[in-house]
Structures are given as structure tokens and as C-alpha cells.
Design a protein around this ligand. Sequence first.
Ligand code: HEM
Length: 552
Amino acid sequence: MDTTTFHMLKSWAFEFLSSFVGHSGRGAAVQSAAAVVASYVVVARLYDAFFGPLSDVPGPLIHKLLDLPVTLPSERGSAWKYVASVHERYGPVVRIGRNVISVADKEMLKQILVKEDLPKSKLYKQGQRMTGRQTLFNTIELDFHKQRRRILSPAFSISYLNSLEPYIFQATESLVRKLRAEISVGTNERAVVDIWNLLQRLALDIIGETAFGRTFGMIENGSHPLPQKITESMRRRALIGQFPFLGLIPALTRQDPLFQKFVTNIIEDRVKSGIHRSDILQILIDAQYSKESDDRLDVKDIISETVLFLYAIPLTTRAPVSFVALSESLMSIEISPPLLHPSIAGSETTSNSTGFAIIYLLRHPDKLQTLIRELDTQLDIPVGDLLPSHDSLKHLPYLNAVINETMRLRPVSAMGLPREPAKDVMLGHYFVPRKTLVIANMRGVQINPDYWPNPTEFMPERFLEGAVPGPAMDAFYPFSAGSRNCIGKNFAWMEMRLILATLFKYFEFDLIPSEMPKADDLAQFVTLTIRANEFNVGVRVRKEAWEKVHGF
Ligand code: HEM
């Protein structure tokens, strides 16, 4: 029936156009040829919209017919909201482009990420253009991914994480000192600090310490030439992505010599010193010299990649490419400004998640009190130490619940994760042809009222043991799942627990009313963030906690 209709429409278009040729001679023949092509396109699109394989996926008609950018230019960074509104109106599976579907159904999400383990979409290549190379995060080549994941996995294992703990501590301690110093020069023992920015700087110092054996000194000094250079280079590459002819200008494509120097120096210094520091750099150097290494990999190459993925991922694109790439197909008008947006170097996953948790807690004083009670009664910091050990934090139920609840409501990619089946696949009862862009909409699942009662309310209690109803863990994908899940999950957990517990143990924060509109104005250029990329809060020392720590 459907094919018949298509053929009827097609022959009608041809007949109509042939009558033109007959009447108007040669000039009209050219016009008619163009019209034939146009009608063919129109008919094919109509056919595709109403009878094609994705025709039974609900969604606005316009997206079935045209590949339109899904947002207005005035709403830059808000495409995720638009897609959410389409889900609200049409249900958990929607069509948002001729060849694009977004899925917020938990069974189907599991199928996409785990059972079928669909490959990352080729749109991740956009990320390769930004960093100038393939990395663990942005590769879509299975062999490359397998090899890099094998090399890097030991560095992110739970056991190795213990050896990274002192370095994460060192950086976090510098934040505590910084806040203490700010307060001492503030008025009435209170300072106003941009907590969003401080968390971003801390995340970068943690990467410097754990990965390369040196701090970037961001908390201390506020900037460092390397991150700055990488950001500049990424912006240039993003621009070339937009306007490929710019790639002909060598100055725009060249990797900054500072970057090469940094990579060469950290390797040479480490090898020459003979020191075996238990960090990510050491894992990479050891992998290079190990007997089993038949990969003939250039350690410099992998470390360059790692610098880029650790820096670029945390700072500009930890889950970014998913969005940036997606932007390319869905939101072409949205892509260039965000990539050139100065705040891009500040967007990143752990610091954003920690920042969102702080804001949620300050907005819910009762939940904050519960957390503080837990920290005061259950956290044992040995005399003489400033920071709690990760061991003492990892089983604190309310702290963990706060982090989970924050990641449920504020996932790193509110837009979702783009996947692309290499062959035709059945997702639920939908037939999805190969090469369809399938977006695993993790936020959609995480706030789906079928799985989460009061879905948009901040209720950490739902993650506590014995909660009724319990959390729908099969509808919770903050770190994704399957072969492309987050390699840094344990690392991120350690970082977030330590920072939140330390901050609320020693400091008392207060909200500044004029800052509140910023908390609700979210954008996803890369990862989900506060559009303003800053959030000021008042901060005081909690004297009774502080006085217990000696020598600080
Ligand atoms: C709250 C913190 C974090 C969250 C919520 C998070 C979430 C995610 C998600 C959802 C993905 C899948 C992205 C996709 O499919 O496009 C991912 C992948 C990845 N993440 Fe994270 N992440 C976090 C922290 C980190 C950290 C700290 C690191 C490294 C130090 C890291 C490194 C990576 C890498 C390398 C991948 C790609 C893995 C692969 O493709 O094999 N992430 N992350």
C-alpha cells in the first residue's frame, strides 16, 4: 500500500511536468528538469516522512520533512531543552530529524548502550577536528578504542586510584587554604567567592597532579599557559571545522610548540629522574617499556593524546563531543558561537557536578543540614590531618545520595549521547535503519515520571538504602554504560566526595539572592553548565570544625 502511494505520487509529478515540456519548448525544458528533481525530492521526503522506516516514530512534522536546526539562534545552548519539550509532548521516543531519533525509554536505552552497544556516531569526528587527533574519547574506530582503553584502564582502576589519592588531596588542600585566606581578608569573617570558577580551577590542578606529576597552579595563580594554549588551539580548530578553507593557513593548524615542549619535558624529566611516581604518566611510560607491549606505540604520541583528552575532556569536552558533534547535524546555527565562547575552557564534568550539588544543597537547607550532620557525626579525620581519607568517605550514605541525585538531575550531557547502528536494528518495536542517528537521552530517562516519582525534585533520600520506592537504577546512566562508558568514573567519584565533604566540613556557605537567576539559566554548549559560567556565594569558616585541625 505504501509503495503504491509513493509510485502514484511519483507518476503524478512526472505527468504534470511532462505536460510543461510539451507546451513551452526548450527553455522550459530546463525549468522542467529542475522541477522534476525538486518534485522528486519533495515526493521522496513526503514518502520518507509518512511511509519510511522511521515514519512511525512520533515527532513534529517539520522534523520529519526537513533537517532543521532545532533551536532559534536567540536560544543558544538550549537545544537540549527543545528536545526535552519534544519528549514531553510526543513521548519517550521521538523523531527530531529526518534521520535522527531521541530515546528516553529505559529498556531501549539499555539496548542502545549495553545490549546492542551501538557504536559512537561518526559525528564524534568533530571532536577529532577540535583536538587535532583521535583520542580514547572521540575515536569511532573499534581497534583504536580497544587498544587505548587497554593501555589507560590500569590508570583508572580502583586499586590504582588509591595511589592517586595523595595528589587529589594536595590540590584540594590548596583550595581549602585559598578559601581560608579569602575569608581572612573579607569583611566580618565572610568572603564572597566565585565557587564555580574555583571548582574548575581545582579540577585542572587535580589533573595536573594525578596525570603529569605537576600542578598547574590554577588555584594559586588563576591561570597557566598550557591550558590557555590548548584552549586557543581548540578554538582555532573549531573555527576551521566551520570554515574549512582556513585550514590552508599553516599558522592556524600548527600545534603550539609549548604543548610539544610540555609533553617532551614531562617524559624526559620522569625518565631521567628515575623516580617512580604512581600516577597516570607512569602507567603510560611503563606501558611503553613493558615486555608485552607489541603495539610499537610512541609514548610521546599517547601522552600528547592523554594531555588532550584529560585536559580537553575535563575542560572543554569531557562529554562534549557528543554534544558538539550532535550540534553539527542538528543545530548548525548553534555550533560556532559556543565553540568560540570564552567560557568553554571552564566547562567540565566533575567540577560542574560538584558545583550543581553545592547549589542544590544551598537551596535545600534541610538536606544540607542532613549532610552536615552526617559529616559531623560519621566522618573521622585523624588528628593532624586536614582532609578525610577516601576510605572514610566512600560509605557515607547521604553524601553518596547527594552526588547521585545531582547527576540524575544535572547529567553531563542533557542532550544525550549520539550513537549510530552499523546495521539495521530493532529498538523496542521500532525498526531503525543503519546510519540513523540515535540519541541516548540519559536526562530524559532520568527524569521520566514513569521511573522516578516527583522526577524534577531534588530528593537525595531516594538513593538511600531502604527508600520506598527505591531508585530506578535501570533508568540511571550518569556515566553511560557498555564499552564506551566513562573510564574516569571512580576517579570522578573520589574527587566529588572529597571536595564536597571537605567544603561542607570546614565552611559555611550562603546564597546571594542576586546570583540565583544564574543557577536556573543552564546551557549546554559542551557539557551542561551554568550559562554565566560563574556563581558567587558567601563563605565563612565553621569555627568548631576548623579548631579541631591543628597546624593549618
Ligand atoms: C562527574 C563526572 C563525570 C561524568 C558524569 C562523566 C560521564 C561520562 C559519560 C556520560 C561518558 C560517555 C560519553 C559518550 O558516550 O559520549 C563518559 C566518557 C568518558 N569519560 Fe567521563 N565523566 C566524568 C568524569 C570523567 C573523568 C574525571 C575522566 C578522566 C579523568 C573522564 C574520562 C572519560 C573518557 C576518557 C571517556 C570516554 C571513554 C571511552 O569512550 O572509552 N570522565 N564520561
